[in-house]
Design a binder for this molecule. Structure first.
Ligand SMILES: NC(=O)c1ccc[n+]([C@@H]2O[C@H](COP(=O)([O-])OP(=O)(O)OC[C@H]3O[C@@H](n4cnc5c(N)ncnc54)[C@H](O)[C@@H]3O)[C@@H](O)[C@H]2O)c1
Ligand SMILES: CC(C)[C@H](C(=O)O)[C@@H](O)C(=O)O
Ligand SMILES: [Mg+2]
Length: 368
């Protein structure tokens, strides 16, 4: 198992360290684990004068999977786009062709009181946002800024999708819906944007190959409203890059905190980049306050999707559920009556819960 570890900026190194700790505990001696750390974001600038150093891209290409923390800091916007610490992630996604971004919004029953919605509205929430990740206004050309004919400063980006890009994410979406409830909602803005008219047309056409999947369409503004009103009406949502970015942060709050939302960014095969949906959280960085569970749960997605280790992934998810059931909470998911812990203590508790699972399994074997 060759894994590139890219901690990045802000809370990235803090939460990634916990995911690595849990990874080592769950894999144990069963499989050789090769972890190669690579500099990205500000660390890349410090090491090689580039937020995505060539050496980091090389490590990424040779790995089976990437465990990513987060990148970018306040003030980034003043730096030219390609040199921003935060842009390192966009460049990496594009370089590696990571077009399919899975962002599951799953509510652990123990956190029902931490959700921003009423318990009866979110109870049992388990939805999958599939975000297209290498197209759209993030990468569309032309982009830039300058002075217009009136002598006024202006800036512009281009929302752009090629038919083939929509087709390939649509196929992933329909296949994903098949493995879940068979319901797929495509989110666009076809009432206003040509590019989204194409999106709707192509998704609808691809859908003819999947007659067993029930396809619906929503405009993104209505989708945002429905997500807050009655989120359980959704199972799989497929959408473009920018709408997916926004809807997934919103969905995070239904699960209690942005610190709970993992993600997997996949290319065509089993290679993937796994990262929490949250950013570098400069306001709490370096204080042992960050919730590491999104990072730990991203690592579980890595075990399942890149290494075919569903058993180990389930064990990690069960261990997370155990620590929540035991009342352990970082500040972002704190509820009265619970026990407040820091980033490291939360990671240690997940490892202890894994050990307890193992001890119990050993005991069962001995009894039988
Ligand atoms: N994948 C990434 O690398 C990624 C994702 C989003 C934002 N960013 C970058 O991060 C920087 C900060 O962005 P932002 O402030 O808009 O978003 P953010 O997600 O970093 O923080 C938003 C809020 O959520 C809180 N938060 C985030 N993660 C948390 C965690 N694990 N535990 C507890 N609280 C948590 C923060 O303290 C903050 O109050 C920016 O430079 C942005 O570009 C990077
Ligand atoms: C940091 C930023 C470039 C990134 C994005 O916009 O894709 C982030 O917000 C995310 O959700 O992964
Ligand atoms: Mg985002």
């Amino acid at each position: 198992m060759k894994i590139a570890v890219m901690p990045g900026d802000g809370i990235g190194p803090e939460v990634t360290a916990q995911a690595v700790k849990v990874l080592k505990a769950v894999v144990g001696d069963a499989r050789p684990l090769e972890l190669v750390e690579a500099a990205i974001g500000q660390a890349g600038i410090d090491a090689a004068g580039d937020p995505l150093p060539a050496a980091t891209s090389e490590i990424a290409r040779k790995a089976d999977a990437i465990l990513f923390g987060s990148a970018g800091m306040p003030g980034d916007e003043a730096i030219p786009f390609m040199m921003r610490p935060g842009a390192s992630l966009l460049r990496l996604r594009k370089e590696l062709g990571l077009f399919a971004n899975f962002r599951p919004a799953f509510l652990f029953p123990e956190l029902i009181g931490a959700s921003t919605l009423k318990p009866e509205v979110v109870d049992g929430l388990d939805l999958m946002i599939l975000r297209e990740l290498t197209g759209d206004v993030y990468f569309g050309e032309p982009r830039g800024s300058g002075v217009n004919a009136n002598g006024e400063r202006e800036a512009f980006n281009t929302m752009r999708y090629a038919e083939s890009e929509i087709e390939r994410i649509a196929h992933v979406a329909f296949r994903t819906a098949r493995t879940r409830s068979g319901k797929l909602c495509s989110v666009d803005k076809a009432n206003v944007l040509e590019v989204m008219q194409l999106w709707r047309e192509v998704v609808t056409r691809v859908g003819l190959d999947y007659p067993d999947v029930e396809l619906t369409h929503l405009f993104v503004d209505a989708a945002a409203m429905q997500l807050m009103r009655a989120p359980r009406q959704f199972d799989v949502i497929v959408t473009g890059n920018i709408f997916g970015d926004i809807l997934s942060d919103a969905a995070a709050m239904l699960t209690g905190s942005i610190g709970m939302l993992p993600s997997a960014s996949m290319a065509a095969g089993s290679f993937g980049l796994y990262e929490p949906v949250h950013g570098t959280a400069p306001d709490i960085a370096g204080k042992n306050l960050a919730n590491p569970l999104a990072s730990i749960l991203s690592m579980a997605m890595m075990l399942r999707q890149s290494f075919d280790q569903a058993g180990n992934a389930n064990r990690v998810e069960r261990a997370v559920r155990r620590v929540l059931a035991d009342g352990l909470r970082t500040g972002d998911i704190f509820q009265p009556g619970c026990h407040r812990v820091g980033t490291e203590e939360m990671g240690d508790a997940v490892v202890a819960a894994l050990d307890a699972q193992e001890a119990l399994a050993g005991l069962r074997m001995a009894v039988n």
